[in-house]
Write a protein that binds this ligand. Structure first.
Ligand SMILES: *Cc1c(COP(=O)(O)O)cnc(C)c1O
Length: 398
C-alpha cells in the first residue's frame, strides 16, 4: 500500500524535494503528517479480510507500510525518476535487502572492490556462506569487468564515487556488460546523492541510499531506501522486506522528509565549498594527493564530467607522514570534527585505515587506495573560508 500525489513532470528536483509524495490528512496541514502508529483498525471483520487478501489495498501493519514512510518513498521515487521505492531502517538494511532478495545458492555476484566496509562484508563474508559466489574487480578497469562478466551473473553491485578513495565506475559501460551477462545492476549512490548522479539513466536497475547521510544530512537518524521498477520493488523486494522486517520508523521517515526539503540547497553549498577546499589544498607540501572528482587533475575527471553534475561533498587527502601525520592533523583540527559519519551539515574528518576500513587487511586497503595517511573529509555547511583556515592550520601542526 502506498500513497500518491501526482507530480508535474515539469517540476525540477528542488521542487520535487519540497512537495512530491505529500498526502494531506482531512486537517489540511502544511507540513507532512507523522503517523506514529504500528497498526491500523478495520470497521468490520470483512474489511480486515479484504485488506489481507489484497482486494482492498490499505495500510495493515507498519512493518509492511505506513503513510509517513510511504510519503518518503514517493518523494524519493520522484527525485530519482524511479517507478517505485521502499524505505529501510538503515543504509545497510537497504544494501542487504536489495541484493539478498534476488539471489539464491549457486548464483554469482560481481562487485567493484572499492566499497563501504559493511557492503564489502556482506559480499565477501555473508553471501558466500549461503552458497553465492562473489567476485571482486577493480571498478575502474573495464577489462576486469568484461572478464568477470563473461559468465552468467545474477547481480552486479557497485559504488561510485567510492568510499573513501573516490574511485569512479563507468556506469553506462558496466551496465551494458552486466545486462549482457544477465545481471541486474545495483548502485550504491550515497556519495553522489540523487541530485548529482542518476544511475537509472545510465542503465542501472536498482539504486540504494543510506538516507543517514545527505538525505537527513543533519546527524539525526538512520535510514535507507531502495529504488527500482514497480516489478522489482513490489514482486521481488517487498516479500523479502515484509517478512524480514528492516522497516523504517515513521518518526525517522518524517525527519528524512524534512531533510529532503533542503537537500538541494545543502548539496549545492557543500559541493561549492568542497571544490574550494580541494583547490586550496592542491599541491600542498604535506600532502601526497588530494582526490576530488571536480578537480581538473582528478584521474577520472572526464568520467566524472560524463556522469556527475558536480564533484560532490567529499574529498580525500593523503598525508605524506602516514598514520602519525594523519593523527596529528585530526587532533589539530578546531572546527572540523573527527567523526566517521558523512554528508552532515557539520564538516567531519575520518581516518579510514583505523576506523571505517580497519577490518580490511593492509593488502585489501592498498588495493582500494586507502593509504595509511588518507583522511576522508566530508564538507559541511560552515563558511568555506573558515574550513580552509582550519584545514591549513591543522596541516601546519603536522
Ligand atoms: C554509510 C554508508 C552505507 C551504510 O549506511 P548506514 O545508514 O550507516 O547503514 C552504505 N554505503 C555507503 C557508501 C555509505 O557511505
Amino acid at each position: 500500500m502506498t500513497v500518491k500525489r501526482d507530480i508535474k513532470t515539469s517540476w525540477k528536483a528542488a521542487t520535487r524535494l519540497v512537495h512530491a509524495g505529500q498526502v494531506r490528512s482531512p486537517f489540511k496541514e502544511t507540513s507532512e503528517t507523522l503517523y506514529m502508529t504500528s497498526g491500523y483498525v478495520y470497521d468490520s471483520a470483512e474489511e480486515a479480510e479484504a485488506a489481507f487478501d489484497n482486494s482492498q489495498p490499505r495500510f495493515v501493519y507498519s512493518r509492511f507500510g505506513n503513510p509517513t514512510v510511504a510519503m518518503f518513498e514517493q518523494r524519493m521515487a520522484a527525485i530519482e525518476g524511479a517507478e517505485a521505492a521502499r524505505a529501510t531502517s538503515s543504509g545497510m538494511a537497504a544494501v542487504f535487502a536489495s541484493i539478498a532478495c534476488q539471489v539464491k545458492a549457486g548464483d554469482r555476484v560481481v562487485a567493484s572492490d572499492a566499497l563501504f566496509g559493511s557492503c564489502q562484508f556482506i559480499l565477501a563474508e555473508i553471501l558466500p556462506k549461503w552458497g553465492i559466489e562473489t567476485v571482486f574487480v577493480d571498478g575502474r578497469d573495464l577489462a576486469q569487468w568484461q572478464q568477470a562478466l563473461a559468465k552468467p551473473t545474477r547481480v552486479v553491485f557497485l559504488e561510485t564515487p567510492s568510499n573513501p578513495g573516490l574511485r569512479l565506475v563507468d556506469l553506462k559501460a558496466v551496465c551494458d556488460l552486466a545486462h549482457a551477462a544477465g545481471a541486474n545492476v545495483v548502485v550504491d549512490n550515497v556519495f553522489a546523492t540523487p541530485l548529482l548522479q542518476q544511475p537509472l539513466t545510465f542503465g542501472a536497475d536498482v539504486v540504494v541510499y543510506s538516507a543517514t547521510k545527505h538525505i537527513d544530512g543533519q546527524g539525526r537518524c538512520l535510514g535507507g531506501v531502495i529504488l527500482g521498477t514497480e516489478k522489482y520493488i513490489n514482486e521481488t523486494l517487498q516479500p523479502f522486506i515484509r517478512h524480514t522486517g528492516p522497516s523504517l520508523s515513521p518518526m525517522n521517515a518524517w525527519i528524512l522528509l524534512k531533510g529532503l526539503e533542503t537537500l538541494d540547497l545543502r548539496v549545492r553549498a557543500q559541493c561549492a565549498s568542497a571544490l574550494r577546499i580541494a583547490e586550496a589544498l592542491r599541491g600542498h607540501g604535506k600532502l601526497t594527493a588530494v582526490q576530488y572528482p571536480g578537480l581538473k587533475d582528478f584521474a577520472q575527471y572526464d568520467l566524472a564530467k560524463q556522469q556527475m553534475s558536480a564533484g560532490g561533498t567529499m574529498l580525500s587527502l593523503s598525508l605524506a607522514g602516514g598514520k602519525a601525520a594523519a593523527f596529528r592533523f585530526l587532533n589539530a583540527l578546531e572546527l572540523v570534527l573527527i567523526s566517521n559519519n558523512l554528508g552532515d551539515s557539520k564538516s567531519l574528518a575520518t581516518h579510514p585505515m583505523t576506523t571505517t576500513h580497519q577490518r580490511l587487511t593492509a593488502e585489501q586497503r592498498a588495493k582500494q587506495g586507502i593509504d595509511d595517511g588518507l583522511i576522508r573529509l566530508s564538507v559541511g555547511l560552515e563558511d568555506a573560508d573558515d574550513l580552509i583556515d582550519d584545514v591549513l592550520n591543522a596541516l601546519k601542526a603536522v
